[in-house]
Structures are given as structure tokens and as C-alpha cells.
Design a protein around this ligand. Structure first.
Ligand SMILES: Cc1ncc(COP(=O)(O)O)c(C=O)c1O
Length: 457
């Protein structure tokens, strides 16, 4: 036991030293995959080793291959750096080694998810009566939300999809914006609906759905209907008009699912909450903790306006599952997994650390820094292509090649950003999602980008 205590202190110090070094560490990992493979490689050992030796070997092998993605100048994908209390809570979750399947197995994990779930609904403008599943991320949240949708719209048409599957089911319509996130398509594949089923809705200048076109598409058919809406276009940050869209969807008897992996957090900030007007009208919502809440990976939320539907679509039963099947849904009854990490501890800790005001300030600061990024790059002669409504910025680099610029910036070490294709153009893509990012980080990074464009243009 003493050895374990010493070992945990050792890894806590190692992790803390790494995190303390992030502001000045080159953002891209110093070593490449080939070097990492060599460091980790070898035959499976015949004999085991002392835990301390194992951990030191792991640290030695992995350290050169760590990206400073938790640091303040990582602007790729949509990546937040885990908050201190959330990081520590996640280390406790590993140390406590709880299985968050149901309240009998871990009352603490259950209570943390219940409380954090209530706080999340309040912050995000989701009805207090909605059910909450703590999932791995946006992908699982979309899959669970669409599974609930599939269950409900087919049940309304007299079909039990859980029992009878999709063969012979009434044809089901899926309507989604043409700029939906790629995980929606993967969810549709997994749910047996297929991607060819999607009836696309055109998007406006900034990538939110055109509500008039949604109206037109909806009028073009009938039958069980699922509509996928989006808060936070992964390229532009644009948010669909949820009020107008949900009203239309409901007028056609459909289910409105909102993919709000990062954009749903705009609801928690008074200055951006208007982008989420009508959020409470939807039927299911997906959101991430590991993006804008700055909780360690992996962490997301699946909310459903009809708890009984959520459970009917996801739960399973077996006689040995002590503590399940009662009045209250088990934690594992509203997600894809059964044996699960106790994700609620880190989410509870992040919300407790920030408070509602702190969450609002985090969202507001990231948006302000995204605008600063856009202004600096525009002042340097680059073209900001999107309307910067949230934390996302798309940048045209003229004659230069966006991928080569992004690569050069990463090699320079000042910051990390990627490229994307939007409306047929290859562009730089910046996402500001970390509580630790400062104006100075943005200025240093913008200067590095401008230098790289000048060198490659
Ligand atoms: C709008 C949107 N939906 C879904 C996802 C998928 O989320 P995750 O990577 O957490 O599964 C993302 C990720 O960036 C996203 O931006």
C-alpha cells in the first residue's frame, strides 16, 4: 500500500510538472511516431516488473511523444485543456476505480452524475425534467440521442424497433444540415439508418441551416421523422436557429436532435446565449465536457426530453445485474456502455471549480480571443472567411498552401493549428477552447502564422 501511495505521488508530480511546462513547451510533440514506436516496441516480456520501474519506463517512452494539447496555444480540432480540479478528480476516479454502472455498485459515482447532470441542464438551458447520460463524447451523444429518436418516432408509428429491428419497419426520414458533423453520419450508419437516407438542408453564409429550406424539405415527405440540428458548426461555429427549426420539426410530428458538442456551451454565457434561443424545445441534445468545459478526456453528455424513451432505447437487463431495473434508471441505462469510468467526478469538479459565472467567463473569454485572433490575422493581410460568432476562425492564406502553413507553424513550435476544407477552399482553422489561453498566446501565435505565410506565400 505504501508503494502504491509513493507511486501515485510520483505520477501526480510527473503530470503536474508536465502541465506546468506547457506554456513554454513546443506545442507539437518533439518526437515523431517512428521514434515513439521504437521506444514502446519489443517483444511481450516473459516476466513482469516492479510497478515503479514500469511507470518510469512508460514516462521515458511516452514523454517525447506528448503534444501540448492541454496547453494555451493549441488551436487545432476543438480541444480544451483540463481544469486543475477536474484533472485531480479524474485521477481520483482512476484511483478509486469505481464502476459507474448503477447506484448500488457506486453510490458516489451515481450521486456525482446526478448532481452534475442537474447543474449542466441548468447551465445549458435544457429542461430540468430531461434525462442525462454521461458518455464518452459527442459521437456517443449523437448515437444515443438518435437511438432515442429512432425508438420514439417508430413507436409513434406503431413499430417496436428494439424488438423487431428495422427490417420491415415503416420508412423513416432523416433530415440534416449539409454541414452536419461527420459523427452524425457515423451514428446513422451504426443505427442501421445509413447515410444515403439523409435529406440535406442547405446552409446559410456562415454554415447554419437555412430554415426556409428546412421548411421546404420537411414539406416534401411524410412519415416518422428525425431532424438533426447543430449548435456550433465545427468549421465556423455557426448555430442553427433552434426555435424556428424545432417548431417546424414538431409541426411535422418529428424529433429534433441537437448536436451541440461545443456550441451548446454558448447557452451558459449571457453574451452568446441568444445563439441558443429555443434550445429547450429540442427532444435530444449532445454535448461534450472535454471540449469547452475543459474536463479531461473522455467526457460528454446525452440529454433526452423523454427519460422513458432514453431508457427504452439504451437499457439492457440481466438477472445478475444487482441494483438495476428499479424505479430509477441506472447510470448505464442511458448510455452505450455498462462498465464505465466514473466520469461524473471530473464534471462535478469542473463545474464546482468554475461556478456558473466561471463557465460564462470561460466561454466569453474564448470568443473574445477568437475575435482577437481574427483581427490580428486580418490586420496582417489574411482573409477571415467566416463570421466569428463563437470560438472558431477560418483563415484564407492567399497564394500559400494552408496545409503547408499549418505544418510550418507546428514545426516552429509556437502553436498548433490545422487546416480544413470549407466551401471548396483549403483554409487554416483556429479553435480557441482552453481556459488558460491569454491574449499574449493569441498574439504570439498570430505572429507565427503571419511569418509562415510570408515565408511560404
Ligand atoms: C459539432 C460536433 N459534433 C460532434 C463532434 C464529435 O465529438 P467527439 O469528438 O467528442 O466524439 C464534434 C467534434 O469536434 C463536433 O464539433
Amino acid at each position: 500500500m505504501d508503494d502504491l501511495a509513493e507511486l501515485l505521488r510520483h505520477v501526480a508530480t510527473t503530470a503536474a510538472d508536465f502541465r506546468a511546462g506547457l506554456p513554454e513547451r513546443a506545442v507539437a510533440a518533439p518526437a515523431d511516431l517512428a521514434a515513439l514506436r521504437t521506444a514502446f516496441d519489443g517483444l511481450i516480456p516473459t516476466e513482469g516488473a516492479e510497478p515503479r520501474q514500469v511507470v518510469d519506463e512508460l514516462i521515458r517512452a511516452a514523454e517525447p511523444g506528448l503534444t501540448a494539447s492541454a496547453g494555451p496555444r493549441f488551436f487545432g480540432f476543438v480541444i480544451g485543456g483540463a481544469l486543475p480540479a477536474a484533472t485531480a478528480a479524474d485521477m481520483l476516479a482512476a484511483g478509486w476505480d469505481q464502476c459507474a454502472f448503477n447506484a448500488v455498485l457506486s453510490p458516489a459515482a451515481a450521486a456525482a452524475e446526478e448532481c452534475a447532470g442537474r447543474w449542466l441542464k441548468e447551465l445549458l438551458g435544457i429542461p430540468a425534467t430531461a434525462s442525462v447520460g454521461f458518455v464518452t463524447g459527442g459521437q456517443e451523444a449523437n448515437t444515443v440521442g438518435l437511438a432515442a429518436a429512432r425508438h420514439h418516432v417508430l413507436a409513434t408509428a406503431g413499430w417496436d424497433v428494439e424488438r423487431d429491428g428495422l427490417i420491415g419497419a415503416p420508412p423513416l426520414r432523416v433530415v440534416a444540415g449539409e454541414e452536419r458533423h461527420a459523427t452524425i453520419d457515423r451514428s446513422l450508419r451504426l443505427l442501421g439508418l445509413g447515410t444515403a437516407r439523409v435529406e440535406p438542408v442547405v446552409t446559410d453564409d456562415n454554415g447554419a441551416i437555412d430554415v426556409d429550406d428546412l421548411d421546404r424539405v420537411l414539406a416534401g415527405g411524410s412519415g416518422p421523422l428525425i431532424v438533426c440540428l447543430q449548435s456550433g458548426n465545427v468549421n465556423t461555429g455557426a448555430c442553427d436557429d433552434l426555435r424556428a427549426a424545432c417548431e417546424l420539426v414538431h409541426a411535422h410530428g418529428g424529433w429534433a436532435h441537437v448536436d451541440g458538442a461545443f456550441g451548446l456551451w454558448a447557452a451558459a454565457n449571457p453574451a452568446t446565449a441568444h445563439l441558443l434561443d429555443g434550445v429547450e424545445l429540442a427532444d435530444s441534445w449532445g454535448c461534450d465536457g472535454h471540449k469547452w468545459l475543459n474536463v479531461p478526456y473522455d467526457s460528454g453528455f446525452s440529454f433526452c426530453s423523454r427519460p422513458a424513451v432514453h431508457v427504452a432505447a439504451m437499457s439492457h437487463a440481466a438477472p445478475y445485474l444487482t441494483g438495476s431495473g428499479g424505479e430509477t434508471a441506472a447510470l448505464g441505462d442511458v448510455v452505450l456502455g455498462s462498465s464505465r469510468r466514473a466520469r461524473g467526478f471530473a464534471v462535478w469538479a469542473a463545474l464546482r471549480e468554475l461556478g456558473a459565472d466561471g463557465v460564462a467567463a470561460l466561454v466569453e473569454r474564448c470568443c473574445a480571443l477568437a475575435r482577437r485572433f481574427a483581427d490580428r490575422l486580418a490586420a496582417g493581410g489574411l482573409e477571415v472567411v467566416n463570421g466569428v460568432v463563437l470560438n472558431q476562425v477560418l483563415v484564407g492564406v492567399g497564394e500559400a498552401d494552408a496545409d503547408r502553413v499549418a505544418d510550418a507553424v507546428r514545426r516552429d513550435g509556437a502553436c498548433w493549428l490545422g487546416a480544413t476544407t470549407w466551401r471548396g477552399r483549403r483554409l487554416l482553422r483556429v479553435s480557441v477552447s482552453n481556459h488558460a489561453t491569454t491574449a499574449d498566446d493569441v498574439d504570439r501565435s498570430a505572429d507565427a502564422i503571419l511569418r509562415a505565410v510570408a515565408a511560404l506565400g
